[in-house]
Design a protein around this ligand. Sequence first.
Ligand SMILES: *Cc1c(COP(=O)(O)O)cnc(C)c1O
Length: 474
Amino acid sequence: MVEPASHALRHLPAVATVLATTGAAALVERHGRVATTEAIRQVIDEARHALRAIPAVAPGADELAVRAGDLLAAKAPGMRPLFNLTGTVLHTNLGRAVLADAAVDAAANAMRHPVALEYDLDSGSRGERDDHVRGLLRELTGAEDATVVNNNAAAVLLCLNTFALRREAIVSRGELIEIGGAFRMPDIMLRAGADMVEVGTTNRTHAADYRNALSERTGLVLKVHTSNYRIQGFVAEVGARELAGIADAAGVPLLNDLGSGSLVDLSRYGLMKEPTVREAVAEGARLVTFSGDKLLGGPQAGFIVGDRALIAEINRNPLKRALRVDKIRLAAIEATLALYRDPDRLAERLPTLRYLSRPHADIDAQARRLLPAVAKIVGTAFAVDVGDCQSQIGSGALPLDTLASAALRLRPHGSQELLDPLAAALRALSHPVIGRVSEGALLMDLRCLDEADEATFLAALGELDTTALLAARP
Ligand SMILES: *Cc1c(COP(=O)(O)O)cnc(C)c1O
């Protein structure tokens, strides 16, 4: 039935009428009265414009409440949880490490309650915030002392600024790395106030190169773990142990920036070996820096471990105050580090390690178990099967080592042009699913899908409107 525009407009429900529906009541419960009323006003406005343009039956109050709900859902917080099925375990753009339950609980407690952040419970006097992690870091790395800052970039910046301000820092040309997000070693040196002295060549640097560059202006010798690339072929580098000897002889500290670093030997969990912090300390570097949210599997943080006197000097640098971490992260760091005291149960408790060490057979079995349910949801528009794929560690760790994994592969029945709209529709779900497009299929690598989250995953996929996808086909 087509009504004259004026008639239909008169039938358009008022804001109060829509607000009185059960649908709107649920929205008020979830989003609050102010946001819900605003959304209802907006959908009524839109309906009014539409009716003026094309005469039709006015939408009812319930329908308008549904539209308001869609509008509010579209405004859902951007930081809502999502499924990382990209196959990259430590995905920097997706927040790197997923924290252990113990770390989440500790962080929540630190948010909800006062905590002894800089307070010594024994004496009732002022304490130091680093004290919460100092003992654990010493125990886990063998270093004399330790401190923690915002991230590893800050750790490197702080070391450079403390020991090489208006002095020289020596680094091999083969180690002048760029990490994503504009962290470039030469730029950091400049901003830290250090004069960079490059030695050697891209592929070969020798002990004599460092020795010749040392002078009374040298404040620091740097060794940077080439975490996200490999130089192969005719290559030579000076190992940390030898370099520590050279630096010590000149009375200059060696800083070994491990980047990811690891507190345990990963080969124990069937992974490739990444240098451990304990080894780097034992090799003689006076300072070692590493990240909290890479292989370590904790929150974003940067650790500096090393000689007591040097750490004390770092702590006196006013920049330390600008780069320190807050109580929430400190609580999560402490809880994460504590898990490392029990390596036997680490893989079970630390999600990063759990994901990295999942065997292919386990992921493949999960994919086959979920296949029928997923096929039922998307089967009309897409062919679904299980296929082998390769996962990556991510965040620049072990860049050449991939992990055998399994994925649910969604392939359009018709044109390939449906792939990008499918990926977009998956991103738009209330619990977004992020896969990757490869060889004409959308891959959902299940390495990072916990069994406990399978039901949520299927429910999220259930929101997918494949009919709309097909209809919108170009
Ligand atoms: C990742 C990395 C950094 C930066 O660490 P963030 O914790 O991301 O700030 C610095 N140096 C190396 C060698 C790295 O791999």
